[in-house]
Design a binder for this molecule. Structure first.
Ligand SMILES: Cc1cc2nc3c(=O)[nH]c(=O)nc-3n(C[C@H](O)[C@H](O)[C@H](O)COP(=O)(O)OP(=O)(O)OC[C@H]3O[C@@H](n4cnc5c(N)ncnc54)[C@H](O)[C@@H]3O)c2cc1C
Length: 489
């Protein structure tokens, strides 16, 4: 995989035959913006960044890199939080930023055909006047690309009811490392053969480069209501979440923030959050007027049962938007109160929310690092934001150990080490806790089937068996490890 200087020259010469000069970046100052993604703790400068505009160019770039054995890292908007788009120092970044067109909107089939560099929010904006929207809404939706969403199987506030990216994508066009163009999936309910669309969704740029996406559009509901409940105790909020879902109510969104997150977001956005609350729940209900009224009555009763001190119903669309803006800005808001923060992403069964929160607080004291908690609570997806200062020697490493402990706890209670941000570079070691040798072998076999020379995003998402052995990491069987403090259900 080593690229000698004359091979680099050869690579640049070939790339120059495929692309115009303004589509190849090689100067240090031009490469710098691509050195990391949203996980800024890790940085590498690539050999070059290429910015193709056509599928044919992508095919030729892939063929060239395959022939010269040059690593290729696809990049959307670079908002990933697990170092998935972290460059390879001996490879190129293949940016899809110029694939930014919505190609077709089909109101009869409720689909949109888009290029991978289209921003997530741009799809909903383009179909808003038709009474439609694209449901998966990561908090980064103003910037992140649909290609990145497919590669990470991204989620968001509305995924509890409307599904993740994998449930809202019907077909993709993919270029393999050999430069072949493949169509995967279609707009019918089922197809023969293996479900490659599910395999590709969440494959983190390891199996191919997505160059076109057919997404599902959803009809906007008649009525939307957002309730904000404030609790003194975080545990009560956690238990209320489990109780709402166990009653068969699936809110359009059910999100939770603890006090440090509430304070940071309120200070930043002025959303109207109660500053003294131990936790708030934001619950969005949607549907017909009758459905929403019926669900709101049930949810309110549950919130009261779990000691919600106040329940506020947003009165206008702009107030609803403000309540959500606070939640969606929680990460940058926390960035204002700490020099650095490390955003974790794990999932747990909802019934363990209260216990896991307590343990995260214990870890916070053990490591002497603050933490603010933001959750897609309805689907048990945690985002503890660990506060640290990278300029203080040893703090980054401490934050990483704190994060690894949280992820191990997630696995111990029957959850997983990622809910939506992917494994990328960040969580390779934690994969050794989540999976045993047999599963990892299968992952490697799938990778080799698509990319025998391991040129696509090498070294990401799946750890080597050697690395797991070296770590001596213990594979924890899903939720089976006896955990003395774990409440029994
Ligand atoms: C403030 C903030 C809030 C966030 N909130 C959420 C959230 O609520 N939910 C959530 O799921 N995520 C969230 N994220 C994480 C991130 O935005 C998502 O993972 C998003 O899908 C990444 O898209 P991107 O275009 O930025 O991809 P990038 O960061 O550029 O790339 C991500 C991965 O996808 C691969 N990739 C990118 N494009 C392609 C392509 N066309 N073909 C093949 N592989 C490709 C890359 O190689 C990399 O492995 C948040 C991030 C930030 C900074």
């Amino acid at each position: 995989m080593k690229t000698a200087p004359d091979q680099n020259n050869q690579l640049l010469q070939y790339l120059g035959d495929i692309l115009p000069p303004d589509a190849i970046l090689t100067a240090k100052e031009d490469l710098r913006p691509y050195e990391c993604d949203g996980l800024t703790a890790y940085r590498h400068i690539p050999l070059a960044v290429v910015l193709p505009t056509t599928i044919e160019q992508v095919q030729l770039i892939m063929k060239t890199c395959s022939r010269l054995k040059v690593p290729v890292v696809a990049r959307g908007a670079g908002t990933g939080l697990s170092g998935g788009a972290l460059p390879h120092e001996e490879g190129i970044i293949l940016s899809l930023a110029r694939f930014n067109q919505i190609l077709d909107i089909d109101t009869r089939n409720l689909t949109a055909r888009v290029q991978p560099g289209v921003r997530n929010l741009a799809i909903s904006q383009a179909v808003d006047h038709l009474g439609l929207f694209y449901a998966p809404d990561p908090s980064s939706q103003i910037a992140c690309s649909i290609g990145g969403n497919v590669a990470e199987n991204s989620g968001g506030v509305h995924c509890l009811k409307y599904g993740l990216t994998v449930h809202n994508v019907l077909e993709i066009q993919l270029v393999t490392i050999d430069g072949e163009l493949m169509t995967i999936g279609n707009d019918r309910l089922d197809t023969p053969g293996y479900d490659l669309l599910a395999l590709m969704t969440g494959s983190e740029g390891m199996l191919g480069v997505v160059v076109e996406v057919l997404v599902k559009l959803t009809v906007k509901p008649d009525v939307v209501q957002v309730l904000m409940a404030a609790f003194d105790e975080v545990n009560d909020a956690g238990d209320a979440v489990a109780a709402i879902i166990s009653k068969g109510i699936i809110p359009a969104g059910l999100e939770m923030m603890d006090n440090p997150a509430i304070r940071a977001a309120e200070d930043f956005i002025h959303a109207g959050y109660p500053l003294e609350a131990g936790a708030i729940l934001l619950c969005e209900l949607d549907g017909s007027e009758d459905e929403v009224n019926e669900q709101a009555a049930k949810v309110t009763a549950i919130l009261k049962k779990y000691r919600a001190g106040s329940i506020h119903v947003a009165k206008t669309a702009s107030e609803r938007a403000r309540l959500w803006a606070g939640r969606k800005s929680a990460f940058p808001a926390v960035g204002r109160i700490s020099p650095d923060y490390y955003c974790m992403d794990g999932t747990i069964p909802r019934k363990h929310l209260a216990h896991v929160l307590q343990k995260i607080n214990d870890f916070s004291q053990q490591y002497d690092l603050g933490v603010a908690n933001v959750f897609h609570a309805g689907d048990g997806n945690l985002h503890p934001l660990i506060l640290y200062d990278a300029n203080r020697p040893g703090e980054l490493e401490k934050a990483e150990r704190f994060g690894a402990d949280i992820l191990e706890l997630c696995v111990k209670v029957g959850g997983s080490i990622t809910g939506e941000h992917g494994v990328g570079h960040e969580k390779l070691d934690s994969m050794c806790v989540q999976f045993g040798e047999a599963e990892l072998e299968v992952f490697h076999a799938v990778k080799r089937a698509f990319d025998p020379d391991e040129l696509l995003n090498p070294g990401k998402a799946v750890p080597t068996l050697h690395r797991c052995a070296e770590l001596g990491a213990m594979h924890v069987h899903h939720g089976q490890l006896s955990h003395p403090e774990l409440p029994r259900f």
